[in-house]
Ligand binder design. Structure first.
Ligand code: LM2
Ligand code: CA
Length: 516
């Protein structure tokens, strides 16, 4: 099936259309659209559904723009998330012995000003990228570093110099939580991750902690985010959201304008699991959606730690999502990994080094449909601090697939499942079947059927597909061409059953529309 065939069908979400229509109506009647609709932040469903996105983390703006036009739009990705675009720390010298990377990836998480000159490009390039992506039908989401500024250095990519707690024309000491004042730890850092006053007001890994409760700071942050919205950005991944109280996040959100689509921006909060109730992701659900970190961990267990009692096998994902203790599907950005978890020392998450298993996990997430799935695609690394491919001065070079950039989002099998996910929409998962080990199969309502095999040998299954009898073209192995199919043909009998061989580490997926 040509992925372009699924485009235009991607509006099973009546609500989004309704919101747009209402916004358009309000605009046409020249009503003042309130920018501060209530103190409480809104989750995505009442504002904007991100659909399937890809995180092209630390891709430079020129490359993101090109990718939107050439790949993401045609493949049916609804959005792209990009790395923090604000001006950041630029290191000038190595530290002690173990410090061997002059421009580690994490420079961009140290905000110096809200100008948009960064390792990824200039403000003009950023603007152009957003415009290009929107024109390709791909919305842009920005990683927003708003909890803190820097914790080291004095020079930046934007050319602005700074000293501790002084950022000319932006912030001075009064704009930060006073170490040993509002921050009740002895050294100004977070010593106890279970103590909310420390988690919210102290310096996370030495990063100067903004007084996000203050009117001035909120105005600066909202000014930054509103600039991005003006450029066409659709929403934000809020970095270190756990380190800000929900009321501060709500106050900032209430100052945000509507996007070019006439809705409030999508707002997904990075709130790592763990800690007491007030610090858990669940405590932030009233303020926005959250990142599905626990789900990523469960996927790693299911895909990688095959155990004899099958608790760590693909079959264990029969119970996933809210039933498995995760945050509600409609409030979660789901993913296999992200830039932090892929570097996890304990190996608790999959990453690109897992090869076919990594690809398969993405396909499973797209098939299951939990949350708003986000594919993660970035650069290959050896040591944790490695810079993305860059010039000596730290500026990131154009992404070339296979030359330092993994480009997993281009994988044929993943792209096919982006289309499949789009086509089956919100239909319920039914007809779940498993061999109780590493093969699962299920239908999504009567829209589509899929089987996944995490084993190392092909497996023949005989299962109920929930589809009318007929011959269907597998969208993963082949495309439908002039009534024929270049890949596997799935023959469904009159009772809905089919006998199918699922390749090792592979997927077979069909939809009503792929019927020959
Ligand atoms: C995040 N989410 O809450 C990001 O996803 C994560 O990648 C960021 O940490 C963190 N919060 C702050 O935005 C990364 C990286 C850290 C790095 C910081 C700041 O994982 O290692 O800290 O960015 O660049 C680095 C040094 C650290 C040092 C700190 C301040 O690794 O040793 O702390 O800078 O100078 C003394
Ligand atoms: Ca804070």
């Amino acid at each position: 099936m040509d992925p372009s065939r699924t485009r235009g069908r991607r509006a099973p979400f009546l609500r989004r259309t309704t919101v747009l229509a209402v916004a358009a109506l309000a605009a046409s009647l020249a009503l003042a659209v309130p920018t501060a609709d209530g103190a409480v932040g809104r989750g995505s469903r009442s504002t904007q559904e991100p659909g399937v996105t890809v995180s092209l983390w630390e891709w430079n703006w020129r490359s993101v723009a090109r990718e939107c036009t050439d790949v993401l739009g045609p493949a049916g990705y609804d959005g792209v998330q990009v790395a923090p675009p604000q001006n950041s720390l630029k290191r000038t010298a190595l530290g002690n012995g173990s410090d061997t990377v002059l421009h580690p990836w994490w420079e961009v998480y140290q905000a110096v000003s809200y100008d948009l000159t960064s390792r990824m490009g200039t403000e003009a390039q950023f603007k152009k990228m957003v415009k290009t992506c929107r024109r390709a039908g791909v919305k842009v989401y920005v990683d927003a570093v708003i909890n803190h500024t820097t914790g080291q250095g004095s020079t930046s990519y934007g050319g602005v110099d700074y000293t501790p707690y002084r950022y000319d024309g932006l912030y001075g000491p009064e704009d930060f939580h006073a170490p040993s004042g509002e921050c009740p730890s002895s050294d100004g850092g977070i010593q106890d991750f279970n103590a909310k006053a420390q988690v919210w007001n102290c310096n996370l890994v030495g990063l100067e902690d903004l007084r996000t409760g203050s009117d001035d700071v909120q105005a600066e942050i909202a000014g930054y985010l509103n600039k991005l919205i003006r450029y066409g950005v659709s929403g934000f991944r809020v970095d270190a959201a756990k380190h800000m109280p929900p009321r501060d996040l709500d106050a900032i959100y209430s100052r945000l304008n509507r996007t070019k689509d006439g809705v409030k921006p999508y707002w997904s909060l990075e709130v790592l699991p763990g800690g007491p109730g007030v610090l858990r992701p669940e405590a932030y659900l009233r303020s926005g959606d959250v990142l599905g970190v626990d789900g990523a961990r469960q996927m790693q267990q299911a895909f990688k730690s095959y155990t004899a009692d099958h608790t760590g096998s693909l079959s264990s994902l029969e119970v996933f999502g809210a039933a498995a203790g995760l945050t509600p599907s409609g409030k979660t950005v789901s993913f296999v990994t992200n830039h932090d978890s892929e570097r996890n020392d304990a190996g608790d998450y999959l990453n690109y080094k897992d090869g076919a298993t990594y690809v398969l996990a993405h396909q499973w997430l797209l098939a299951d449909g939990y949350g708003s799935p986000q594919v993660y695609s970035s650069f290959a690394w050896v040591t944790k601090d490695d810079s993305p491919p860059a010039r000596a001065d730290g500026r990131i070079t154009d992404a070339v697939c296979g030359q330092g950039w993994t480009c997993v989002h281009r994988d044929r099998g993943i792209v096919a499942m982006v289309g499949w996910h789009d086509y089956v929409g919100a239909a319920k998962r039914v007809n779940f079947w498993t061999d109780d080990a590493n093969v699962v199969a299920f239908s999504k309502g009567n829209r589509g059927w899929v089987a996944l095999n995490n084993g190392t040998a092909p497996k023949e299954v005989r299962v109920q597909t929930g589809l009318p009898g007929g011959r269907y073209c597998d969208v993963v192995s082949g495309a439908e061409q002039a009534g024929g199919c270049t890949g596997t043909v799935v023959t469904v009998g009159s009772t809905g059953f089919a006998t199918v061989t699922v390749p090792a580490k592979g997927v077979v997926a069909v939809t009503r529309a792929s019927r020959l």
